[in-house]
Design a protein around this ligand. Sequence first.
Ligand SMILES: O=C(O)C(=O)C[C@]1(C(=O)O)C=C[C@@H](O)C=C1
Length: 306
Amino acid sequence: MVPAIAYFGPSGTFTEMALDQLLTQNSWLTDQGAVERISASSPAATLTLVREGRADYGCVPIESSIEGSVPATLDALIKGSRVQIFAETVLDIAFTLAAREQIEASDIATIAAYPVASAQVRETLEGRYPDAQVITSASNAAAAQDVAAGRADAALTTALAARLYDLQELATGLADASDANTRFVLVGSPGPVPPRTGQDRTSVTLDLPNIPGSLMSAMYEFATRNIDLTRIESRPRRAGGFFFNLDVVGHLDDPPIAEALGALHRRATAMHFLGSWPSARPNGTPPPRHDESDKWLESIRLGKDR
Ligand SMILES: O=C(O)C(=O)C[C@]1(C(=O)O)C=C[C@@H](O)C=C1
């Protein structure tokens, strides 16, 4: 059976392009031939398809280099039954402004845009289209659909969506920062962890007791083991309180990571393992290996250390 993969759509989003890239980079996904793609209207809807077994995997954006973590994805990852991340990919991000026909910048009264996108080009939009009103769309591709349907003058969108929905490009390569990128993850039901590559990322969520020093003592478990944290986020829970979502450099099969997760599990009110998977653009320092100390422990166990 070919895998069914849901993605945050509709067709033409960066997430769909990220899915293409994930399929190229992870040949195990296409072993059975082409995959079935299912477009979903939000990161939450994408992960619902996975949780309900209607998709084997879901592709969602998780972190922008400009805007930070994608809250809609973080909340969807922890809401409902446990899901696990198996792979990631990174796309360089630059936007296209497109309209039904070529028009002057001064004639653009409304721009349809996905808020995560408009936040990334705030300065560019203010500089080039100071009088235009930004209207909310449900994704970058939905912005192009909104303009095709006459709901706004121009769309902040992707080059692919502009083509798909028959729009004319007014401006391309829009970005406030030239190195803007977004990381996307492939999420499925819990399963065996992908093998350690030496350049991996591990993600967990933690609920900690609401007492002074709680977060600091949790972080101590990483610090004393020389584990490099690459992201930490706190998100409110609807029922009250907060949870923390954090990424570290390393794999569950790196002894320092396994030890730290075990120690945190003993401290946390609740803890969820979101996965260990190969980093697409490795950053940070992998945890130290324990080979020498493991050899020493084995030798004293066997009475061979003299
Ligand atoms: O709307 C899209 O095209 C998406 O894929 C979503 C998304 C995001 O939510 O981060 C992906 C990349 C860009 O940073 C902007 C929007």
